[in-house]
Design a binder for this molecule. Structure first.
Ligand code: SF4
Ligand code: SF4
Length: 115
């Protein structure tokens, strides 16, 4: 859960006005451990869909996911993913030994959900 009251360690409120000289080489990362504060799933083009009948809750996809987007409750895989952070990389589908995860086109899934 995002804590909007969390004090920032580094004031970057005027970051939009920064010129090239103020940014670090490569990237500006003002503080670590902020991934949970941002919704980074917006650029996903493919969405993982889990077939619960095939899934054995072996957890292999959980350890493979780089975005901690696999949801486990009481040792059991949940059908839904954390779509605010899942970037659709497909690693979970690749590592699943049961072929229980299928990557589907995000736009098609959204359209199906609208119906
Ligand atoms: S790797 Fe496959 S079988 Fe194992 S928990 Fe993930 S979806 Fe289920
Ligand atoms: S597609 Fe990638 S980011 Fe999304 S749940 Fe699977 S491994 Fe994690």
């Amino acid at each position: 859960m995002t804590d909007k009251t969390k004090k920032k360690k580094w004031d970057y409120s005027d970051i939009a006005k920064w010129g090239p000289g103020k940014h670090e080489m490569g990237a500006t990362i003002p503080e670590s451990g902020t991934a949970d504060d941002y919704e980074t799933g917006g650029w996903r083009t493919e969405r993982p869909i889990r077939d619960m009948e095939k899934c054995t809750s072996c957890m292999i996809c959980f350890f493979g996911c780089p975005d901690s987007s696999i949801i486990v409750k009481e040792g059991k895989m949940q059908q839904e993913f954390d779509l605010k952070h899942c970037k659709g990389c497909g690693i979970c589908a690749q590592v699943c030994p049961r072929d229980a995860i299928e990557m589907m086109n995000e736009i098609k899934v959204c359209k199906l959900e609208e119906k």
